[in-house]
Design a protein around this ligand. Sequence first.
Ligand code: PNS
Length: 163
Amino acid sequence: MSIAVCPGSFDPITLGHLDIVRRANRLFDVVVVGVARNAAKNALLTADERVEVARAAVAADPDTADVRVDVVPGLLVDFCREVGALAVVKGLRGGADFDGEQPMALMNRHLSGVETVFLPAEQQHAHVASSLVKDIARHGGPIDDLVPSAAAEAVRSAVAHRA
Ligand code: PNS
């Protein structure tokens, strides 16, 4: 059985992330979304909120309803070993993403042998980034066509009460 992990900070999960999860789910028998606990140092949402939002988002789409979402408590390679994943799947919006991802992919392979599979982001999602979503929300702008509805609500609430 082929198992893959789609890891990230997911602060919050975006429609671009979900497209990658959906496409990974076609390539692998089992896909687990791994929400890194400490990756986002200045996270707006707590790890539990990021997991809750990601779970609601994958459950809402029949193409991803069978995808699991869990916290990555430490190293990604340890999480991959725990779930039996031989591959990590990440989306690339462009060269800057590749430059950031390549060292992590090589380090993860160095640490445990896990391979990373890169999927090119759909052009319609090339400008969608969690950081921009949060910035737009902080200024009262529209984010509903960038993130799933659970994420939009969680971000708006966090911005209103915490930011
Ligand atoms: O969405 P992001 O923030 O680009 O994802 C980065 C992430 C979560 C994949 C990366 O920070 C990660 O794997 N964190 C878990 C801790 C770890 O394994 N660090 C070493 C990576 S080589």
